[in-house]
Design a protein around this ligand. Structure first.
Ligand SMILES: Nc1ncnc2c1ncn2[C@@H]1O[C@H](COP(=O)(O)OP(=O)(O)O)[C@@H](O)[C@H]1O
Ligand SMILES: [Mg+2]
Length: 370
């Protein structure tokens, strides 16, 4: 197959059919900082989420996943680009349409304790959207809350409990019950199992899978943990510093990963970058901002890439997503499997010792797929 270049802003992701429920088109969110600089939290990402699928968004801390998630629910405004829901521009909806839309789209957050009001009982927490949006009261509301608790595998007696009287796993189930209260179609799960004990993580993941099948739900599953993304998702996008660097079906992406960053994620569970975190925290607090660690030109990953130091092209030209298979896109000038990277790096290193400028000529061009 010919390799074909698709700019990120124009990539119609993997699917173009009418089964797309939510789509991001050139979505960009820059946070201005004191002194005129800005954090390029999300920088021109495009993807389609198809009905009843789980679209996984993975990348290390600070890569822009939560910002994308918030934009998809219109909890934040993009700097540019757009989000469509059933083909309609989410940011062009009237207040009335937006209220209706909000019922169809829900979110479950990472920290089960922080996400629940500690002064309210489970019945009040899960019942709140039922009162506000559906006007349910008294017995009718209690009956619906009981149904929702059944649905998420919680005993009905827990309705009278407060969050601090329950385990993290139980609280997360309450969060899921609340998200399901208005019978949404699309749910964003932002690190939804990252804070719970490993021993109950699998149960929660299976509950989510089970609910998806029973209720026909579509998920955006956001996590820094590649293993859980692989377990949950049918399509996956890998984010690095605000860009999608690789995207495709789960089988393609895990079967034949082609971006050096994806290779890194697969070798180890990513370690959050504490320096970056501290800089970000200071930036948000309006303090002194350290220089942005992300290169302004060229490939953002090149300083950590085993190939980046070898090719001048990586320093000058930002790679766009290119199609390497029908359901697989990679934003790298030299996409290839991990084994070839090892070969290329050792060949280039050997060549570097013998001649003055071995770099660009020693790298293979895009690997054709067929
Ligand atoms: N409100 C904000 N103001 C300034 N910077 C922000 C804000 N929200 C997020 N960021 C920055 O944007 C980048 C992406 O953050 P985020 O989307 O939370 O990443 P992730 O969810 O992948 O960890 C980070 O550098 C973060 O510090
Ligand atoms: Mg996040």
């Amino acid at each position: 197959m010919m390799v074909q270049s698709t700019p990120q802003t124009g990539a119609q992701a993997v699917s173009t059919s009418s089964d797309v429920i939510v789509a991001a088109e050139g979505l960009t969110r820059h946070f201005p900082l004191a002194g005129g600089a800005s954090v390029r939290a999300v920088d021109g990402v495009s993807f389609d989420i198809r009905r009843a699928e789980t679209f996984g968004l993975v990348g290390e801390s600070g890569s822009g996943k939560s910002t994308v998630a918030r934009l998809l629910l219109r909890l934040d405004e993009p700097t540019s680009g757009r989000v469509t829901v059933d083909g309609n521009d989410l940011f062009a909806l009237s207040n009335r349409e937006l209220r209706r839309q909000r019922r169809r789209m829900q979110i479950v957050f990472q920290d089960p304790f922080a996400a629940l009001n500690r002064r309210k009982t489970v019945e009040q927490i899960v019942g709140l959207p039922l009162s506000v949006h559906l006007g349910l009261r008294g017995q009718a509301r209690a009956a619906r809350v009981a149904e929702l608790l059944d649905l998420v595998g919680l005993r009905r007696e827990l309705a009278g409990r407060y969050p601090h009287q329950m385990s993290g796993g139980q609280c997360q189930r309450v969060g899921i019950a609340r998200a399901l209260a208005l019978e949404p179609e699309f749910i964003v799960l932002d690190e939804a199992v990252s804070a719970v004990d490993v021993s109950i993580r699998a149960q929660l993941l299976n509950l989510l899978k089970d609910l998806q099948i029973r209720l026909g739900l579509t998920y955006l599953f956001v996590s820094h943990d590649l293993a859980v993304v692989r377990y949950m998702s049918s399509s996956v996008a890998v984010m690095y510093h605000g860009r999608i660097v690789e995207m495709g079906s789960r089988d393609r992406l895990f079967g034949d990963p082609m971006h050096p960053y994806t290779h890194c994620l697969m070798k180890a569970i990513p370690i959050p970058d504490p320096d970056q975190e501290r800089a970000n925290a200071r930036a948000r607090a309006g303090g002194v901002v350290e220089p942005d660690a992300v290169p302004v030109e060229g490939c953002r990953f090149r300083h950590r890439c085993p190939l980046g130091a070898l090719s001048p092209r990586c320093a000058s030209e930002e790679p766009q997503l290119i199609q390497v298979a029908p359901d697989h896109q990679v934003a790298c000038h030299y996409p290839q499997s991990p084994e070839s990277v090892v070969n290329v790096v050792s060949t280039a290193a050997a060549a570097q010792q013998s001649i003055a400028d071995p770099a660009s000529s020693s790298l293979p061009s895009h690997r054709s797929r067929g």
